[in-house]
Design a protein around this ligand. Structure first.
Ligand SMILES: O=P(O)(O)OC[C@@H](O)[C@@H](O)c1c[nH]c2ccccc12
Length: 247
């Protein structure tokens, strides 16, 4: 696909309705929040689910009580696209996260132009001023950054930025192994004011409850949700809610 010229992207971003405040949504009182992911495959697990209709899956997540939808737009390793983001944006009214390896201003603007409210910024992938510059751009566009960290040093960089939403990824980017003990260790270095999100390898309500006990306000779940026959019910199940309480 040919890249959209920058001026056109600026115009498209400006024509979007204002970004939704995902930080506020995630910080709202009540049971743990779920960021539900549209994810077809991954480098660690290969093919997860075909997802012929990503908008239908996202609508099910929303109906089941998800607070934010994460859409992987990376093509090669995750099988996603900006077309998935567009389709999901048309269908759901809750905040949308563009999940990709975002390293340029172009990608941030592209996220907004396609209706995203949140952009993932991976601290490990953004040395020096690059993290600060992209973070500022996200704020300037009225969006929220989900700043992802893996260890204590990265946690301090995220805290220094003043990030309102910080994700701790339990999956080691080099080995691709998940270590659930990472969250508690790293979260202890994050400010109370930030919404803490536990990411990766969550298989059921037991995992979620463990993370909540360690200070998580939200969980980001892909694989476990895309494999369910009823993704709507699965969102409530992860939150530890009965069918009546779930929505
Ligand atoms: O499918 P899981 O194990 O529930 O993981 C979801 C999410 O945490 C994972 O997709 C993820 C977290 N950070 C990322 C950065 C890039 C790509 C993917 C990710």
């Amino acid at each position: 696909m040919r890249a959209t010229p920058m001026p056109e992207l600026v115009e498209r971003a400006a024509a979007q309705p204002s970004a939704l405040d995902a930080a506020e949504v995630l910080a709202a009182p009540g049971p743990v929040k779920v960021i539900a992911e549209v994810k077809r495959k991954s480098p660690s697990k290969g093919e997860l689910a075909g997802i012929p209709d990503p908008a239908a899956l996202a609508a099910a997540y929303e109906a089941g009580g998800a607070s934010v939808i994460s859409v992987l737009t990376e093509q090669r390793r995750f099988g996603g696209s900006l077309a998935d983001l567009d389709a999901v944006r048309e269908r759901v009214s809750i905040p949308l996260l563009r999940k990709d390896f975002v390293v340029t201003e172009y990608q941030v603007l592209e996220a907004r132009a396609h209706g995203a409210d949140v952009v993932l910024l991976i601290v490990a992938a953004l040395p020096g001023n690059q993290l600060r510059d992209l973070f500022q751009q996200v704020l300037d566009l009225g969006m929220t950054a989900l700043v992802e960290v893996h260890d204590e040093t990265e946690a301090l960089r995220a805290a220094d930025l003043g990030a309102r939403v910080i994700g701790v990824n339990a999956r080691n980017l080099k080995t691709l192994e998940v270590d659930p003990s990472v969250f508690g260790r790293v979260a202890a270095h994050l400010p109370d004011t930030a919404v803490k999100v536990a990411e990766s390898g969550i298989t059921g309500p037991g995992d979620v409850a463990g993370y909540v006990a360690d200070g998580a306000r939200a969980v980001l779940v892909g694989e476990t949700l895309v494999k369910q026959s009823s993704p709507a019910a699965a969102v409530g199940w992860l939150r530890g809610l009965s069918a009546q309480e779930a929505v």
